[in-house]
Write a protein that binds this ligand. Structure first.
Ligand code: ADP
Ligand code: GLC
Length: 484
């Protein structure tokens, strides 16, 4: 496959800049594709966090006359795992204090249309005859709305390569006023129902879904769900008509980064063959989170954005009831201010039983995956979800709502699935506090049977969520699109 070249355009890539799972995917998938012979290069905006970490870069192109956009440059570098990186340097758009999408007060940057319009535009230039680089991709892989205009620009460019867009989350769409169509140098005719128009505005995501040669999303089950009204965010009709060009591919996980046998963040490493180290991690976590040191009480872990999507409101509703059970709760996350306050208040009301850290901590997220007995992820919707896969790898069965990629990656524990060795967690249908509570109770009662629990943990650890399978599925899509 040495002759297949793919430009991977993304708004975030771990470990350089991360707000969520998209960064993990952008860090790992290109490396997995390279491992099977695809020449992938990653294009990412030059935010402060990225340029500060970029060593020995070279300027490989300048763009002084892209209509509607300020001048920009392309810097080339290499990621730690060897994947070549192209950084889109445009200080007036990307060099600022704050996150990739929002300022330090949590408000979207007012010029996001321009910021991600430029990212989309440059990706398209690199995929067209106008590219200043000597490296010419055969295909551009886009990710989410921030690169949604790339397929549109490619569609209108002469002799451009095809594009694939991966949907990581339909909830974020990049909706802007219609005037942006002209400002972003798109042909006025594309502002139509058969184009970028979305309920009177323009939508970056819709542009991607309409013009891309193929659409992927991050789990087979989510691929079905987004063709229905409930989770289609108004784009279900378009997706259903494009269903022949829509493929769900379950994300993998970085098996080196998330490996309890080598994880440097753990007080003691462990493996499926020798689980003894897990209890030392539990004690360390209890101590770090201000929980009572009790080895036998089931400890529930949470690492999440505190949002409606993740169902954290439901968990916080159930949390006071949980304090009456013999369980502890360790939560790490940031997000909705009201949810953060509720979580903090709960930890003050129930010291020793509920521990909460508001913030983003890679280290603590690993320690929770390892130290908890169960991982709670009651997402209302979840395109794929990574934490439930990390937790299984750490022998920490997840408790999940039956939605999206959670259905594709967790097998509910029943007599039958315990018997056939597939059980790996606990799943509930119906997004209610009662159902979540009942499922936590069900998990706790299984926990009391030590033999059964050990089997369940080992089933989890035996699962293969490697990126290799997913990379092969992406490659199959690329070959189909290219007619090879
Ligand atoms: P999403 O991208 O929707 O937030 P995913 O499950 O796909 O959900 O990915 C979330 C990623 O972000 C995981 O790698 C998870 O460990 C990480 N993460 C989320 N919140 C935090 C946090 N507060 N601290 C550290 N890592 C976090
Ligand atoms: C999004 C989704 C999440 C998915 C991640 C990576 O952030 O919310 O479910 O795992 O993208 O694809």
């Amino acid at each position: 496959m040495a002759d297949l070249k793919v430009l991977f355009a993304t708004p975030e890539v771990a470990p350089l800049i991360k707000t969520g799972g998209l960064a993990d995917v952008s860090g790992a998938l290109p490396a997995a594709l390279r491992a099977i012979g695809v020449d992938v290069r990653v294009l990412v905006p030059g935010y402060n966090q990225v340029t500060e970490q970029l060593e020995h870069h070279q300027v490989v192109a300048t763009f002084d006359d892209l209509p509607g956009f300020p001048s920009s440059r392309l810097l080339s570098g290499t990621m730690a795992h060897g994947v070549p990186l192209l950084v889109l340097d445009c200080p007036s758009l990307y060099q600022r204090e704050g996150g990739p999408y929002q300022n330090t007060h949590g408000h979207d940057w007012a010029d996001n249309a321009l910021r991600f319009g430029l990212l989309s535009k440059v990706a398209a230039v690199l995929g067209s005859k106008a590219s200043p680089l000597t490296w010419h991709p055969d295909l551009v892989q886009c990710n989410d709305w921030q690169t949604g205009l790339t397929p549109a620009y490619l569609h209108f460019a002469p002799d451009a390569v095809p594009s694939v867009i991966a949907i990581h989350n339909m909830a974020f769409q990049g909706i802007f006023p219609p005037a942006m169509v002209q400002k972003l140098d798109l042909p006025p005719a594309c502002f139509s129902i058969d184009g970028v128009e979305y309920y009177g505005n323009m939508s970056f995501l819709k542009a991607g879904l309409f013009y891309a040669n193929h659409i992927t999303t991050v789990s087979p089950n989510y691929a079905k769900e987004i063709q229905l009204k409930e989770l289609g965010f108004g784009l279900q009709g378009l997706l259903a008509t494009r269903s022949d060009h829509l493929t769900g591919i379950l994300n993998g996980i970085d098996a080196d980064e998330w490996n309890p046998a080598t994880d440097p963040h753990l007080v003691q490493q462990y493996s499926s063959a020798n689980m003894s180290g897990k209890s030392a991690n539990k004690t360390a976590l209890q101590s770090k989170m201000g929980l009572n040191i009790q080895p036998d009480i089931p400890l529930l872990g949470v690492v999440s954005r505190f949002t409606h999507q993740k169902g954290l409101d439901l968990l916080l509703e159930v949390a006071p009831l949980l304090t009456e059970l013999p369980v502890q709760l360790a939560m790490l996350g940031t997000g909705d201010a009201h949810m953060q306050k509720t979580a903090r208040d709960l930890s003050h009301l129930h010291p020793g039983k509920i521990g909460v850290v508001i913030g983003f901590s890679e280290e603590l997220s690993h320690q929770i995956e390892a130290g908890a007995d169960m991982f709670v992820m009651p997402s209302r919707f979840e395109p794929c979800g990574l934490n439930q896969m990390y937790s299984q790898r750490y022998g920490t069965p997840p408790i999940v709502h039956a939605t999206g990629g959670l259905v594709d990656s967790v097998v509910d524990c029943t007599a039958a699935t315990l018997k056939d060795g597939s059980a790996s967690g606990f799943m509930f249908d119906g997004m209610t506090a009662e159902n979540l509570y009942a499922t936590i109770q069900r998990a706790v009662s299984h926990y009391r049977d030590k033999n059964k629990w050990e089997i369940l943990c080992k089933n989890c650890m035996a699962k293969n969520f490697s990126w290799k399978n997913s990379a092969e599925a992406y490659l199959a899509v690329y070959l189909k699109v290219l007619g090879r």
